[in-house]
Design a protein. Structure first.
Length: 322
């Protein structure tokens, strides 16, 4: 992008000034209110700006996509109930939770670590001492459940598959892209299969059954019938979510099939923002709920080429707590 190129030029000029002690400049008059790049640099940047190709607009997830993926998973579980431990069901749970939390991929999947490894908080002086070396992605302690009377529900009891699902969940976002870490957002149980409480509970039960060590990411799925697991990757989310497009829209001429490449892992926060906006929520309210800046909400809404359907709007709006 043009702004990135200018930032690189500025950094290069600063480096050359430090190493050569020469008055290296990229602006004709850097002291002016709106400095202009030197002509031989400005022409290149201007041409780049005029002819750069815009990034493709992201498509939000639809209710029909979730419905089709849920039906597919239920059919797998009808013949093998342990299919719930595999990748398709894992991605479904995290994507379902993500349309309420607005989570980016790095909060539940590994975006930079290689397969089988996890991205961790760096061992830096700037990082809180008690969190150095811990995962960036969600861990079990980031989820707290409450019953209908707002009494704390013990996770050890909830991990039993026969236990009744709680009414509320509080999610802690330890390391966010926003300026505030360790924020808490609250959600209540929804109706049907799109429920943030049920999705989170399914995630934790899966991690418990696969014997994920304490303080390890709970975004995992089984890779072998013996119970060997690996950590969810962004590529896994992309593969499964595009499979849901094919399942939901078998007609190759459908809009979502034609623009299948615009359905990405990062469509989760797009879905959350667009659904809340379509339901009449003001942008500052959406920014608070999703832990973003207002301008970020406006960016997602502008770049989204299609609104979500009414069922998604109602589902997302109904599960938020004030």
């Amino acid at each position: 992008m043009t702004k990135t190129l200018v930032q690189h030029l500025m950094a290069s000029a600063q480096f050359l000034r430090l190493t050569t002690q020469l008055p290296v400049a990229i602006y004709t008059n850097p002291q002016s209110a709106s400095p202009r790049l030197l002509p031989w640099l400005g022409d290149i940047i201007h041409t780049r700006q005029q002819w750069q190709q815009p990034l493709p607009k992201r498509l939000p997830y639809t209710y029909r996509m979730f419905q089709a993926l849920n039906t597919f998973i239920q059919s797998l579980m009808a013949s093998d109930c342990s299919a719930w431990l595999d990748r398709d069901a894992t991605v479904f749970d995290w994507s379902c939770l993500g349309i309420f939390t607005g989570s980016r991929s790095g909060e539940h999947a590994q975006t930079v670590a290689k397969r089988g490894h996890i991205a961790c908080v760096p061992n830096s002086w700037a990082a809180p001492t008690e969190w150095k070396g811990t995962p960036l992605a969600f861990i079990a302690a980031d989820f707290t459940f409450y019953d209908a009377h707002m009494r704390l529900a013990k996770l050890s009891i909830l991990l039993d598959a026969t236990a009744q699902a709680p009414a509320f969940i509080h999610v802690r976002f330890r390391f966010d892209k926003s300026s505030t870490n360790f924020t808490i957002r609250k959600y209540k149980a929804g109706k049907g299969f799109l429920c943030p409480v049920c999705a989170a509970l399914s995630i934790l039960r899966r991690a418990h059954l696969l014997q994920v060590p304490p303080l390890h990411p709970v975004g995992v799925f089984r890779t072998h019938p013996s119970g060997v697991f690996t950590y969810l990757q962004s590529s896994d989310v992309l593969t499964v979510i595009r499979k849901s497009v094919d399942l939901a829209y078998p007609d190759p001429t459908h809009y979502y099939r034609i623009h299948r490449a615009a359905v990405v892992a990062h469509s989760n926060p797009v879905t959350a923002a667009v659904a809340l906006y379509a339901n009449g929520r003001p942008i500052p309210d959406i920014a608070f709920r999703l832990r973003w800046k207002p301008e970020s909400v406006e960016h997602y809404i502008r770049e989204c080429s299609q609104l979500v359907d009414d069922l998604t709007i109602a589902t997302v709006q109904g599960a938020y707590c004030i």
